[in-house]
Design a protein around this ligand. Structure first.
Ligand code: GLA
Length: 517
């Protein structure tokens, strides 16, 4: 028998050990991903007393079902009360879930209060019953970059569970969205996803992993969360599953009767139908059709255009009744270009306003599957500093905040990036402004966003290879005199500053501040 050296024995034992533990628990010296090597947690843990989060304004359409779970941190049980709630709406005081029918057209100013054994909080909330939805950028989760064509009903339910248990819902995440691959496909390597595309009445068929869509949306709604679905105006989706072509109305009615609250409408094989026609009319045609159908439904369905920015969609997305539109291709293919994608998206800032959002695609941190091979989720190799910058950019740009990673593997570091309520408040600001980029010498830039309370949120970004000093001069952001500065990631007041604020910003990272008025 060959004698194995102690060194190789240790190596073999380590390998056996590693094959049973998730990568996130790998020890130093064996394997460490860059994001773990510097995973400094900036966001203080939520306090035990209630802190009510979420948007200050909320749009909905009169007569339609209403569902809103008050986002609130703090130790449960929390007792909720709401002053001034229209009589058509009812609050469950123990869950903070408001349901009912949207009252008639009008603005309803309510006061939300939350109390637990440690303290209490209150926050104003305006319900605007009218035409517009998504008065602040939609927040939620989408399955794509975690589960691709492996998605199941069970995973969707699990994501909804985790949205609650992780505290994500307590800072405002609410949409639980299925992406592609819930339908049947004419051809797929998993026979469970192959079957009739439609029944003899033309009704779209789900694949075997989605046996009960109403059951699924009920499950999500019972938690006070909302459900999203995906299709394409073409005959097939990007993944090769049934599309809505020539069944647009039938499918939209089906989605509404299943109880969905969000539709991502992905161009894909519609390219074959549009053919060589690259006119604006050709780009708009399928989106106008679906937009009008969605608007006529007796359900509020947020409409998300996914056509990668063709025909300058930011100029007409709102006209076709959409609330958000992708401004570029799939970010999963260019995660090394976060800054470039964001800077380009910010060029369309004039089109960002309440109910109309430029969408540079999902937040892909934590455990995500490589987009090039539709891979099984792995821990992101993105440096920690860049993850802070990523989230800061999306918040300063008022982009939809849709997380797309494996919810079952959310770790403390990823949650700290996703769930800082002060950073999210910048994203959800009622003004809906997308920040303005001011380039600095070398690899630095700042992004400035005017907030509705008269203050300004500023991100000081450093794309360089080394830590760099970045300054924001009051004069360049139309300020003068002394102003208070708060570090939003650390949730810490830094004092009052005259003329400028300067920070040491890590390589690929950010310092994000709020400057008092
Ligand atoms: C396109 C979209 C992605 C995703 C896939 C699904 O690539 O841009 O976001 O929805 O299709 O097939």
């Amino acid at each position: 028998m060959k004698i194995v050296s102690i060194k190789s024995m240790i190596a073999i034992m380590a390998l056996i050990y590693l094959s049973f533990v998730p990568v996130s628990t790998y020890c130093a010296g064996i394997e460490i991903s860059p994001s773990e090597a510097t995973n400094e947690i900036y966001t203080p843990a939520p306090k035990p007393q209630p802190r009510i989060n979420g948007p200050l304004v909320y749009g909905c359409r009169p007569g339609n079902p209403f569902l809103y779970r008050i986002p609130c941190q703090g130790v449960r049980p929390i007792q909720f009360t709401v002053k001034g709630l229209p009589s058509e709406l009812k609050l469950d005081p123990s869950t903070g879930i408001i349901t009912g029918k949207v009252p008639q057209k009008g603005e309803y100013e309510v006061l939300i209060m939350a109390q637990n054994s440690k303290g209490k909080d209150k926050r104003k909330f305006k319900i605007v019953a009218g035409d517009k939805l998504a008065l602040t950028p939609p927040m939620g989760w989408n399955h794509w970059y975690a589960h691709y064509d492996r998605i199941t009903d069970k995973m969707m339910r699990e994501a909804a569970d985790v949205m609650i248990s992780s505290g994500m819902a307590d800072v405002g995440y609410s949409y639980v969205n299925i992406d592609d691959c819930w339908m049947n496909s004419p051809k797929h390597n998993d026979p469970m996803r192959v079957g009739p595309l439609r029944d003899d009445k033309g009704n779209i068929q789900t694949n075997s992993y989605f046996p009960d869509m109403n059951g699924l949306t009920n499950y999500i709604h019972n938690k006070g969360l909302k459900a999203g679905i995906y299709t394409s105006p073409g005959t097939l989706t990007c993944g090769g599953f049934t599309g809505a072509y020539q069944h647009e109305k039938q499918d939209a009615l089906q989605f509404a009767s299943w109880g969905f609250d969000f539709l991502k409408y992905d161009w894909c094989s519609y390219g074959k139908i549009a053919g060589k026609d690259k006119s604006l009319e050709a780009y708009q045609k399928p989106y106008i059709l679906m937009g009008n159908i969605l608007k006529s439904l007796d359900r509020d369905v947020v409409y998300n255009l996914c056509q990668y920015g063709m025909g300058d969609v930011w100029k007409w997305g709102a006209e076709v009744e959409a609330q958000c539109w992708r401004t570029s291709g799939d970010l999963g293919f260019e995660l090394d270009r976060i800054f470039d994608v964001a800077l380009r998206n910010s060029e369309f800032r004039q089109y960002s306003k309440p109910g109309a959002w430029n969408d540079p695609d999902y937040i892909q941190i934590g455990w995500i599957g490589n987009a090039n091979k539709m891979g099984i989720p792995e821990l992101t190799p993105m440096p920690a500093a860049m993850q802070y910058a990523y989230m800061s950019l999306w918040c300063l740009m008022a982009s939809p905040l849709i997380y797309s990673g494996d919810m079952s593997k959310l770790d403390e570091f990823t949650l700290n990036i996703l769930c800082n309520p002060e950073v999210i408040e910048v994203n959800q600001d009622p003004n809906g402004e997308c920040g303005l980029v001011i380039k600095q010498p070398n690899d630095q830039f700042i992004m400035v966003k005017n907030l509705s309370d008269g203050s300004k949120a500023v991100g000081l970004f450093n794309r360089g290879k080394n830590t760099a000093e970045v300054a924001v001069n009051w004069a360049e952001i139309q300020l003068s005199g002394k102003h208070s500065v708060r570090d939003l990631w650390h949730q810490k007041d830094l004092g009052a500053y005259k003329e400028k604020f300067t920070a040491q910003v890590p390589s690929q990272g950010v310092v994000m501040i709020k400057i008092g008025k």
